[in-house]
Design a protein around this ligand. Sequence first.
Ligand SMILES: [Zn+2]
Ligand SMILES: [Zn+2]
Ligand SMILES: [Zn+2]
Length: 118
Amino acid sequence: MIQQNLPLSGSVQVQCAYCQGKGRDRFGVMSPQSTCQACHGTGTHWVTLPLIDCVYCRKTGISPTGTRNPCLACGGKAVQSQANRSFSCPRCGGTGTNQANGLYCYLCHGSGLVDSAS
Ligand SMILES: [Zn+2]
Ligand SMILES: [Zn+2]
Ligand SMILES: [Zn+2]
């Protein structure tokens, strides 16, 4: 885990949640040496502050659809850029999940948060 005092803005490097920083595919679908498809083997992602948790994958970075792919909402990062989102999403009730099809909620992009309460 990268430990540092986070600045309030700008970009930071976070550990790839999908491969847990190993740079290898989480499930070794092709082979145990397969490159992580989320971070392309770097083990880290650059993200723009401030960050919010990706609730769709429950901060695992793994798609909750059971396809053994990186989370489509956060791309395997487990976090998303907040981008002024601070209100609970009225469509998914803050779960980040579209209950109708199990995919991420498009209104909040799986974060459970939207930028206005309306
Ligand atoms: Zn990775
Ligand atoms: Zn996610
Ligand atoms: Zn939503």
